[in-house]
Design a protein around this ligand. Structure first.
Ligand code: NAP
Length: 504
């Protein structure tokens, strides 16, 4: 088999293919060495904290390993798996959610167990897990939103995209939230994919929303929307837009809304022009073509408009009777910093937009976990290519066995697929570390023999934690789909943990 792989490697051409295969070859070599050198433990347990895409890609890579029989226990704070695919991906992007089928296949593998409704740091501690598992992989994402730190941010009518997206996706954390779109104009701050999602959802008709998996009460609330204008606000220029072309193009396909841009906003500074002309920025070039199309196309006026506005920074959210009444912005110009990056710099020229709602979609932030080092500047668990890096003595052991994947590793960037390579990198690093570790530091995980009690089940039972298994989740899933069918939509989600547990 080894020879066949080497042969096919020789036949492949092209730099990209070459690099990929070179990496594969190094990995094959390392696997071979590992087989010869690792004091082979037949079976090892790994705990993964979190159940989003990066968690499942890490589980898959472990379960595929041929040298070691890995057993994966995936812990999740909610009773439901899949992280942002369930609670963050836009409810009208049902095709993207189709990736769940791949995760489900992984979850149904024999050496995989899902432990929903179990929170790391509350129900189980790092030290307890490290006694039963050879390593912990943290896949906890970036759960917090970032504040703009401007006056008026806390007014009624000023919200983070995190809470609005959580609410319209039926996330249990936002079960108590209510949003009333009783204003004709809203501003969304940010030019990323989340900002586009929020603008698109605000502009959709009740008929369009009815085709999504949004909870029925949310669809009813949004159906009362008075919105006529949504402003999307970017602090830098059109050549620095953070959204991806597929998402931008969708704005042309809304039943009652069209996207608009002032052609003057597309005049570029020389550095941005050079950036766009360089062959390395295919996405930016495509984005710019789409923006040009928005500036050129005259369509029949629809009742709603999405205006993309660039080079504007929010300075203050204005109030009337304690509610958002407007947004004061300053016009920016782009200047290069010492590293050559283009930064927004105020020109001092102010602009006021009359809006009754402001959503900030300026990126997510991480959150520290108990017992783990945290890099507050980058909002990640402190790590080197996925290996958690403790300050000396901080880890409580000679050879730390903690790893991290996904947004908690690299920050909130990339699309779902980005997590696959990222998780594989971390798992390979763990395997290489495992091969180099002294034999007496490898954890002979208890409970792996057939018929043996699972140590995590014993621990949770002792603590009276009611965990949700994958079979339990499938019952919730079936109920959501059945209820959706009754209402003529893809699914009707449970939006509260207590309702899920009561049903089970
Ligand atoms: P993002 O892509 O990082 O975009 C954040 C935007 O906010 C940027 O335009 C940024 O401008 C702006 N911004 C940051 N700080 C600001 C400030 N203080 N004032 C004004 N503007 C500010 O973040 P995101 O939209 O939250 O998305 C997070 C990740 O999820 C991204 O990788 C995204 O692609 C992904 N995602 C993908 C999909 C999809 O594939 N359909 C959907 C949703 C999210 P600067 O560039 O100037 O910093």
């Amino acid at each position: 088999m080894y020879a066949v792989e080497l042969k096919s490697f020789g036949r492949k051409k092209g730099a990209k293919v070459y690099t990929r295969h070179l990496r594969e070859l190094i990995y094959l070599f390392y696997k071979k060495v590992m087989t010869l050198t690792t004091p082979l433990k037949k079976a090892l347990r790994v705990v993964i904290v979190g159940s989003g895409p990066s968690a499942f890609y890490a589980a898959d890579e472990l379960l595929k390993n041929e040298q070691i029989e890995f057993h994966v226990d995936m812990l999740e704070r909610l009773p439901t798996p899949y992280g942002l695919v369930r609670g963050g991906v836009a409810p009208d992007h049902l095709q993207i959610k189709g990736v769940i089928k791949i995760y489900e296949r992984i979850a149904l593998k024999p050496r995989f167990q899902f432990w929903g409704n179990v929170e790391f740091g509350r129900d189980v501690q790092r030290a307890e897990l490290l006694q039963m598992a050879d390593c912990i992989i943290y896949a906890v994402g970036s759960p917090n939103d970032r504040p703009m730190k401007i006056p008026g941010e806390d007014l009624a009518g000023s919200y983070s995209a995190t809470e609005f997206v959580g609410w319209y996706n039926g996330h249990p954390d936002f079960e108590q939230r209510q949003f009333t779109v009783d204003t004709e104009a809203a501003a969304v701050i940010g030019m990323g994919n989340v900002a586009i999602d929020v603008a698109r959802i605000l502009a959709k008709t009740p008929e369009e929303l009815a085709l999504t998996d949004m909870p029925a009460p949310v669809i009813q609330a949004l159906a009362q929307s008075q919105i006529k204008t949504v402003y999307l606000i970017g602090r830098r220029g059109p050549a620095q837009a953070a959204f991806t072309p597929v998402e931008a193009r969708e704005l042309f396909h809304l039943k009652d809304a069209d996207p608009y841009i002032d052609p003057m906003d597309l005049e570029l500074d020389p550095v941005s022009r050079a950036l766009l002309e360089s062959a390395h920025h295919r996405n930016l070039q495509q984005d710019f073509e789409i923006l040009k199309h928005m500036a050129e196309t005259k369509t029949n006026p629809k009742p709603r408009a999405i205006h993309l506005k660039f080079l504007l920074s929010p300075m203050e959210i204005l109030a009337k009777q304690g509610r958002v009444h407007g947004l004061r912005l300053v016009k920016n110009q782009l200047l290069q910093d010492a590293q050559g990056n283009l930064k927004a710099k105020s020109t001092g020229i102010e602009v006021i937009l009359n809006v009754g709602l402001v959503f900030r979609a300026i990126g997510y932030d991480g959150s520290p976990l108990p017992g783990l080092p945290y890099d507050a500047v980058n909002g990640v668990i402190t790590n080197d290519k996925g290996r958690v890096t403790f300050a000396s003595s901080e880890s409580g052991m000679d050879s730390p066995r903690d790893y991290v994947v996904g947004w908690a590793k690299r920050g909130p960037t990339g699309v779902i697929g980005t997590n696959k390579h990222d998780s594989i990198e971390t798992v390979h690093l763990y395997l290489a570390d495992l091969a180099a570790r002294p034999a007496d530091t490898i954890i002979d995980s208890p409970g792996l023999a057939e018929g043996a009690a699972h140590p995590l089940a014993e621990l949770l039972r002792a603590k009276k934690v009611r965990w949700v298994s994958f079979a339990d989740w499938k019952k919730l899933d079936a109920q959501e789909i059945a209820e959706g069918q009754r209402l003529g939509k893809p699914r009707e989600k449970f939006t509260s943990i207590s309702a899920m547990l009561k049903f089970l």
